[in-house]
Design a binder for this molecule. Structure first.
Ligand code: GRF
Length: 219
């Protein structure tokens, strides 16, 4: 089976990276990780990649004269590794139009809210303050608007009356770990494609029947 080649970008813990590593360990999973890039040295995510024998590269953003130079190095590394899809997994840098233009429609991100609600940072705190009854996570294409690209897949979790930020974050994270591999699978299988800033769902009926767009409601 020809596998989609993934380049993962991280800045820290790497639990979503781990979910993707675990998914790729299944010989029938239609994608493989060929490179992990971190902008922070010595993070847990790099150790996870090394344990799985995945090539890693640390590119500390502060060592570059400007954002474009940093992103040029990222771009070159992905190309050299043969990457076909970049997956941001807790990559804590704003991505500029330079890199977005090189990878538009081939770069995705996971965000711990039901976008377009609660983009940005301090998400769980803002969700709790808002009084909303549901939260969740979103996998989306990366566009210039931060957390604003076309939505690929989402999972929903309840917000409970006695929730703390940590409890809500943990409930959402559990769904992230199912959602990200699922979204990558849909893209690798061609069930989701990107066209002119929009997501095209090529197999919508079976996706809905199988709960593929929302694993949470089936778990
Ligand atoms: C996740 O909540 C992800 O949605 C957000 O950053 C966090 C990264 O966690 N973008 P991890 O590094 O994957 O454990």
């Amino acid at each position: 089976m020809k596998k989609l080649k993934l380049g993962i970008q991280i800045s820290g813990r790497g639990s979503n990276l781990q979910a993707l590593i675990d998914a790729c360990a299944d010989k029938d999973f239609p994608a493989e990780i060929v490179l992990v890039i971190s902008n922070v040295a010595d993070v847990e995510g790099l150790a996870r990649a090394q344990r799985a024998n995945i090539p890693t590269l640390t590119l500390p953003h502060k060592t570059f004269p400007n954002r474009e130079a940093f992103e040029k190095a990222i771009d070159e590394a992905h190309r050299k590794a043969g990457v076909e899809l970049i997956c941001n997994a807790g990559f804590m840098r704003i991505i500029s139009p330079y890199l977005i233009n090189q990878w538009r429609g081939r770069m995705i991100n996971i965000h711990p809210s039901l976008l377009p609600a609660f983009p940005g940072l301090d998400i769980h705190q803002r969700v709790l303050q808002s009084g909303t009854l549901f939260s969740g996570c979103t996998v989306h294409y990366v566009e210039e608007a931060v957390d604003g690209g076309a939505i690929i897949a989402q999972a929903v979790v309840p917000v409970l009356p006695d929730d703390s930020e940590d409890r809500l974050a943990a409930r959402v994270l559990k769904q992230e770990h199912q959602l990200y591999p699922m979204a990558v699978r849909l893209i690798a299988q061609g069930k989701i494609t990107y066209q002119d800033g929009k997501v095209i769902r090529n197999d919508m009926e079976s996706m809905c029947q199988n709960g593929l767009l929302n694993p949470a409601i089936h778990s």
